[in-house]
Write a protein that binds this ligand. Structure first.
Ligand code: ATP
Ligand code: MG
Length: 232
């Protein structure tokens, strides 16, 4: 079941002091998943993963990744570019190498955030559960950063129950709004960010209509799209 939770699950918040992040321990899910228990069981590395098709990467992705990195106190945040997205039609998706290059341009020099090619290099369809299993380690905590659209589809993901054991969901939440909470088998924490109504779909549509995409994606990405004649 999915539902808005802002504060609905508050438990012992006044007696709890999070030692790992600044989350304030505002929900029971947070207490169970992200902080003190992880800290106590010897987690020494916290890695956030923002997965997506990035077709193309845009400013919403930049703000999402940097908000998660900062608010979750991550050691590393990986921008995970999907190889062959099984949920999307092949004809609309730019080649993985180009989506990867655009992501590298977008995140170049952003401290702590790395663009990963492990899904692009893997043969066959891309499943997040395989990526999480490859990254998992005894002293590592993995946080999967998801927007509300992705959270709504989470239950249909391949081997969702295995994935739920490997990751904590970092639910992107618009400033001032409640966060969407996945099914109770997932542990989750909120990450707030300003509302940025930008999507890759809109960028592709604007390019196809010869409309400007200035301000929607970093300049280097806009230039890349133009010079390679993508999305026309
Ligand atoms: P498309 O329109 O092709 O579906 P998209 O803009 O949704 O593209 P994806 O690569 O599908 O981009 O998304 C990767 C992740 O980034 C998902 O978790 C998605 O929810 C999140 N995301 C995408 N756009 C935004 C945005 N504007 N603000 C916050 N999160 C976003
Ligand atoms: Mg999307």
């Amino acid at each position: 079941m999915l539902g808005a939770s802002a504060g609905a699950e508050a438990r012992d918040a006044d007696t709890y002091e999070c030692r790992y992040t600044d989350c304030g321990g505002q929900s029971s899910r947070c207490i169970e998943s992200c902080s003190q228990t992880a800290y106590d069981r010897g987690v020494t590395e916290r890695i956030a993963i923002l997965g997506g098709t990035f077709n193309p990467v845009h400013n919403g992705h930049l703000v999402a990744a940097s908000s998660a990195h900062e608010q979750l106190g991550c050691d590393r945040t990986l921008v995970m570019v999907a190889g062959e997205p099984w949920q999307k039609r092949a004809s609309e998706v730019a080649p993985a190498a180009q989506r990867l290059e655009m992501a590298q341009l977008a995140f170049a020099g952003v401290h702590g955030i790395e663009v990963s090619d492990i899904e692009v290099r893997r043969e066959g369809a891309t499943y997040t559960v395989d990526t999480a299993a490859a990254l998992a380690g005894p002293n590592r905590e993995l946080l999967l950063v998801l927007g509300s659209d992705a959270i709504l589809g989470l239950e249909s993901w391949t081997r969702a129950s295995d994935l739920a054991k490997l990751v904590t969901i970092a639910a992107l939440t618009r400033n001032g709004e409640g966060s969407l909470v996945p099914h109770k088998r997932w542990s989750s924490v909120p990450v707030t960010m300003p509302r940025l109504d930008i999507s890759s779909t809109e960028i592709r549509q604007r390019v196809a209509l010869r409309q400007s995409i200035v301000g929607l994606a970093p300049p280097a990405v806009c230039e890349f799209i133009e010079s390679r004649h993508l999305y026309l």
